[in-house]
Design a protein around this ligand. Structure first.
Ligand code: UTP
Length: 294
């Protein structure tokens, strides 16, 4: 059933960890097996019932916009060849949802990218899904976050336990437990803290369900860590405001792939391909032999 909620997918970062692959192509377009990372993210939003999606694009906008557009000459060639399976896969990308694009003039940070969605989103609550962060479709997250937001009205972040040695790469949450082991109250948030000052090893991962009031906060949020306008800083303000809607965290214990990181990207491809019926039966024994030879 379609929800009355829009999704925003920021995909305007510079992707410096993946240079030079990302020199002329956004990292969200890197293929994960045979689909660009962002298509998995769009499919996840659609699966959760969202059919209006705004993608925030940067300097390499064309590849993203073209991917979700129809390509008549490719479609008619596949059609003429009778290659219906491939035709179906090509059409899937352009038929998925109502997809819109807006430019982020300069990559001034995730908070700045999200603020670019204000006009499109309006006054309703919305979901944010980072375009390089994949949640395995077999593990539920966004649906749970939306349900929690509908129940309480608070901003919902997705949290995942990480090795304390890696917390400096994420936003970290100070939390209070609730009766539900998968749900916490967030009392504070810090962007990329060093391990010795991190409030916990619960890291914010790339899914959010936010009330529109976050836009007012983002309007006045100045540059934070790394000189960027941080969404984490705006959410920290929300968490600290006793009169506001507050922030809660859904703790995710499933499979997640950060495709903006080279090692995680390789792991994502291997894991997803080895689980697939068309590739797994050949890949799995090869992987075993390969690993045995190391
Ligand atoms: P990242 O920090 O992972 O993206 O941002 P990045 O800056 O492109 O990566 P590196 O570190 O240089 O390799 C998280 C998400 O926010 C988006 C990115 O595209 C990514 O989906 N983002 C980030 C924007 O849309 N705009 C920005 O100004 C910054």
């Amino acid at each position: 059933m379609p929800l009355n909620m829009k999704a925003v997918i920021p995909a305007a970062g510079l992707g410096t960890r993946f240079l030079p692959a990302t020199k002329a192509m956004p990292k969200e377009m890197l293929p994960v097996v045979d689909k660009p990372a962002i298509q998995y993210v769009v499919e996840e939003a659609v699966q959760a019932g969202i059919d209006d999606i705004l993608i925030i694009i940067g300097r390499n906008k064309n590849a993203l916009a073209n991917h979700f557009d129809s390509v008549p000459e490719l479609e008619s060639t596949l059609n003429a060849k009778g290659d219906t399976a491939r035709l179906r896969r090509v059409l899937e990308a352009s038929d998925l949802a109502d997809i819109h694009f807006v430019r982020q003039g300069e990559p001034k940070g995730l908070g700045h990218a999200v603020l670019r969605a204000r006009t499109h989103v309006g006054e309703a609550s919305f979901a944010v899904l980072l375009g390089d962060d994949l949640i395995d479709e077999r593990d539920e997250l966004l649906t749970r976050m939306i349900a929690e937001h509908e129940r309480t009205g608070s901003a919902i972040v997705a949290l995942m336990e990480v090795d304390p040695a890696h917390i400096h790469m994420y936003g970290a949450a100070a939390i209070e437990a609730t009766d539900d082991p998968d749900l916490v109250r967030v009392t504070g948030l810090v962007e990329k803290p060093s391990a010795d000052v991190a409030p916990s090893n619960l890291a914010i991962i790339g899914r959010y369900v936010l009330p529109a009031s976050v836009f007012e906060i983002l309007e006045r949020t100045g540059p934070g860590k790394g000189g960027e306008i941080q969404l984490t800083d705006a959410l920290q303000e929300m968490a600290a405001d006793p009169d506001g809607p507050g922030v809660s965290g859904v703790v995710f214990r499933g499979r997640r792939y950060d495709t903006g990181d080279r090692l995680d990207y390789i792991k994502a491809i291997v894991q997803l391909a080895s689980d697939r019926d068309d590739l797994g039966p050949d890949l799995r024994p090869w992987l075993k032999d390969f690993a045995a030879g190391l």
